[in-house]
Design a protein around this ligand. Structure first.
Ligand code: CA
Length: 434
């Protein structure tokens, strides 16, 4: 079982592994080997949309486009001097002899000749923005720096060659694909197909498609033939709204049009990430009071592959995370109790919950989860006749009380107002199974 996703950040890769000295590469490989010993999968954060930090400038023809509508030209065609030449003097031809030039890119944002910023669409035979990208801003192929042209067959070949190489070289288990709404969807499907030909069908992929609109995500999954999972951005925004609105938010809507509702097998659920946190470009940080509720839901529900944000666990900068202890409790509960079928009790605007029924492979498993955004809540919930007489208790520390399961397999489970409650069978799991 995978307990944790380990991301290796893109800036290691952006510069090319070859410029890391031998010792750093050795440390990286040793770290990955150690993670694998504990059956922790390692996914690379692959930033394939753009390149930065070129070795030298080149001169080429462009036209400027309107940043708010990239299909609209706002200048004549003229020559600029852009940062598009990559020779990799450190790497040489050791791992690849591919050298990048202006014609491998579709656009850039800076003219060295006059110091002017803009969105410069590179001109030449067959040059255009890609199809199969987000339609925001007319065509959202261009995001930043030198935008890689995935309509160029040499580029496609080199990127697939790189994908296979880096996966084998590091012994990767999968990838997080950055900024995929800016990349031709046909390329993503082909890239994953070809990498999996070498690495195996189980090679994992999750794409960052930052869009809260479920229709767009559904269409994207279809267009890449369901080869990639996606982060559940709509669920994140629902949780963000719930955290802002307090008890006026109807919790029965929390999973409405979430990816995990539409495609439970392809949703990577998360509460916050590096883009949603305070001060970031897509700031939409779930308020602190709601984070325990949000983590209780994503870590203990049946559907979705949950992701714990570093900042919520360890903290970012000076902001101390008050949630680490609770997340530890929930991770432990996930491992011990969160098994079996799920029965939802999404029947009240201010108190919702679910039951995981447990399974035969995990004796003593099964869990009841409740959240409230208003007053104290109570629900008569069914955990199974076979559990009659069992004593259950609450493990987050919010409720110091025990309850007994009645002959009909039910009990009245409680949650305090604005809190999370997680109920499990007391002494249900023998010590040796822990
Ligand atoms: Ca692009």
């Amino acid at each position: 079982m995978v307990y944790m996703i380990c991301m290796i950040w893109a800036n290691l890769i952006k510069k090319g592994l070859s410029v890391l000295n031998t010792e750093l590469k050795k440390q990286l490989l040793e770290a990955i080997e150690e993670l694998h010993k504990y059956q922790i999968s390692v996914y690379l954060d692959a930033v394939m949309n753009h390149k930065a930090g070129a070795d030298y400038t080149e001169k080429f023809m462009v036209k400027e486009v309107d940043p708010n509508d990239r299909s609209k030209t706002i200048s004549d065609i003229y020559e600029i001097e852009g940062w598009t030449g990559f020779d990799f003097p450190g790497r040489g031809d050791k791992y690849s002899d591919f050298k990048w030039h202006w014609y491998h890119f579709s656009g850039t944002d800076f003219n060295q000749a006059n110091g002017k910023n803009g969105i410069y669409q590179i001109q030449g035979e067959g040059k255009s923005w890609s199809d199969g990208v987000s339609g925001e801003n007319g065509n959202y192929d261009y995001l930043m720096f030198a935008d890689i042209d995935f309509d160029n067959p040499d580029v496609v070949q080199e990127m697939i060659k790189w994908g296979v190489w880096v996966s084998k070289e590091l012994g990767l288990n999968g990838m997080r694909l950055d900024a995929i709404k800016h990349i031709n969807d046909d390329f993503i499907a082909k890239f994953l197909h070809d990498v999996r030909q070498v690495m195996g069908e189980e090679f994992y992929a999750v794409g960052e498609y930052w869009k809260r609109d479920i229709k767009t995500l559904n269409e994207y999954l279809a267009s890449v033939k369901y080869k990639v999972d996606l982060f559940d951005v709509p669920l994140h925004y629902n949780m963000y709204q719930a955290s802002l609105q307090g008890k006026s938010y109807d919790l029965r809507n929390l999973f409405t049009d979430a990816l995990v509702t539409h495609h439970p097998e392809q949703a990577v659920t998360f509460v916050d990430n590096h883009d949603s946190q305070w001060g970031s470009s897509l700031e939409s940080q779930v308020k602190s009071w709601f984070k325990p509720l949000a983590y209780g839901l994503i870590l203990l529900q049946k559907n979705g592959c949950p992701c714990v944000f570093y900042g919520n666990y360890y903290s970012i900068g000076d902001q101390k995370s008050p949630h680490r202890g609770l997340i530890d409790t929930l991770l432990d509960a996930r491992r011990k109790y969160a098994y079996g079928e799920q029965d939802n009790y999404f029947d009240h605007a201010n108190t919702i919950g679910f039951v995981r029924r447990g399974d035969e492979f995990h004796p003593g498993s099964g869990v009841v989860v409740l959240i409230s955004n208003g007053e104290d809540g109570f629900k008569d919930m069914y955990v199974g006749e076979s559990r009659k007489g069992q004593v259950w208790h609450e493990i987050t520390g919010n409720i110091d009380k025990e309850i007994a399961i009645a002959d009909n397999g039910k009990a009245m489970f409680h949650v305090h107002g604005g809190k999370l409650a997680v109920w499990v069978q007391k002494d249900g799991i023998p010590e040796e199974a822990e």
